[in-house]
Write a protein that binds this ligand. Structure first.
Ligand code: HEC
Length: 120
């Protein structure tokens, strides 16, 4: 015969679940580090647009070029960090999008955001 577990044990499971959920959510926002989306919306959207299609003449449509087109993260991070300009582009990508306060972790976060956004 099966019996349902005593209320005391169920309460203890519920407590552990709650504790795990609390710890997991507390671990997410690293103090001082903005999310990739926040960084994009603050420092990149003016040129790249909310969907990566380019908001200014001279900014590439990253949807149309099927970005990142095989480029690895190290190359992309370097381009975002140091800026770059290809021969055919009338406009340069400024270092860190012009926001010198961005840390290496911020650059990684915003790159991840762009990859996720453009993969849709
Ligand atoms: C002043 C406008 C401007 C801002 C602000 C800007 N970008 Fe760019 N970005 C460009 C231009 C222009 C290019 C294309 C450069 C080229 O092809 O020569 C570009 C290219 C890129 C590329 C494509 C690189 C590649 O290898 O294909 C990435 C990724 C990128 N930007 C990320 C960012 C991120 C992240 C930010 C915010 C932190 C940002 N950009 C802010 C203008 C800007």
């Amino acid at each position: 015969m099966t019996r349902s577990p005593p209320a005391r044990i169920v309460a203890s499971w519920a407590y552990k679940l709650l504790l795990a959920a609390t710890l997991a959510s507390a671990a997410l926002p690293v103090v001082g580090q903005a999310s990739g989306r926040d960084i994009y919306m603050n420092s990149c959207v003016a040129c790249h647009g909310p969907d990566g299609q380019g908001a200014l003449p001279g900014v590439p449509d990253l949807v149309a070029v099927d970005w990142p087109a095989g480029l690895d993260d190290a190359t992309l991070l370097k381009r975002i960090r140091d800026g770059f300009q290809s021969l055919e582009s009338p406009l340069a990508m400024p270092p860190k999008g012009g926001n010198r306060a961005l840390s290496e972790a911020d650059l990684r976060a915003v790159l991840e955001y762009m990859k996720a956004m453009l993969a849709r």
